[in-house]
Ligand binder design. Structure first.
Ligand code: UGA
Ligand code: MN
Length: 244
């Protein structure tokens, strides 16, 4: 099956560095199609140029987050992930689903190559541990006799699926047979996006544990430090045009 990675991304000084790390990983994965969705009113030149040289099958989408939703404490990238889902459904809508697996790959996380081997065998919805998240070294699904029976987490254990966006994959078939499943703004509290989405397409009992019954961390919720530009000149001092 093809792995479809949906990556929301937005303009900031570290953007190209993040995308470079991601592309360097994805390039090593067979049959991966990268769906990069810019949080912007138009496709940027930076991302267009980057993708053209990335050496990966890709689709370049864009949708701006409405200004009222750009506030601390509100979920990020809702519209961008939905644009990726809409593209997948449109592209595969009129045919019987070709084998495919979808996962949501934020641009700042760190992904091991093993992770892709694990998710490629997803039948409906698969799950695995995520490192450096929820105020702990890792969060993970608790597994008994091959089934998910609960969650090891230090944060909001009341979540129906106490899992980060980086902790699950969904088969294309499930995406197509649940055409209305999307990320919602209304009523979605911070940290509940994953649960609100997964609730629409699966149940805890149905989840397929990966990474040796969820005992291996193969993806990390790394976050990039805000860059220090204190010494950036007010006016352009450099004499040639630099691509950053
Ligand atoms: C956590 C989760 O890991 C995310 O999956 C979730 O979307 C997010 O919380 C949330 O608050 O909604 P965190 O590291 O705090 O992640 O969020 P970011 O990595 O800053 O953003 C998640 C993704 O959205 C990234 O790919 C980022 O590039 C993108 N993003 C962020 C935008 O497209 N627009 C923005 O204004 C901010
Ligand atoms: Mn992040």
């Amino acid at each position: 099956p093809t792995i479809y990675a949906i990556t929301p991304t937005y303009s900031r000084p570290v953007q190209k560095a993040e995308l470079t790390r991601l592309a360097n990983t994805f390039r090593q994965v067979a049959q991966l199609h990268w769906i990069l969705v810019e949080d912007a009113a138009a496709r940027s030149e930076l991302v267009s140029r980057f993708l053209a040289r990335a050496g990966l099958p890709s689709t370049h989408l864009h949708v701006p987050t409405p200004r009222r939703y750009k506030r601390p404490g509100l979920p990020r990238a809702t519209e961008q992930r939905n644009a990726g889902l809409a593209w997948l459904r449109q592209r595969h809508g009129n045919q019987r689903a070709q084998p495919g697996v979808l996962f949501f790959a934020d641009d700042d996380n760190t992904y091991s190559l093993e992770l892709f081997q694990e998710m490629r065998t997803t039948r409906k919805v698969s799950v695995w541990p995520v490192g450096l998240v929820g105020g702990r070294r890792y969060e993970r699904p608790l597994v008994e006799n091959g089934k998910v029976v609960g969650w090891y987490t230090g944060w909001r254990a009341d979540r129906p699926f106490a899992i980060d966006m980086a902790g699950f994959a969904v088969s294309l078939q499930v995406i197509l047979s649940n055409p209305k499943a999307v990320f919602k703004r209304r009523g979605s509290q911070p940290g509940m996006q994953e649960s609100d989405f997964l609730k629409q397409i699966t149940t805890v009992e149905e989840l397929e544990p990966k990474a040796s019954n969820c005992t291996k961390v193969l993806v990390w919720h790394t976050r990039t430090e805000k860059v220090n530009l204190a010494n950036e000149p007010k006016y352009r001092l450099d004499t040639v045009r630099i691509e950053v």
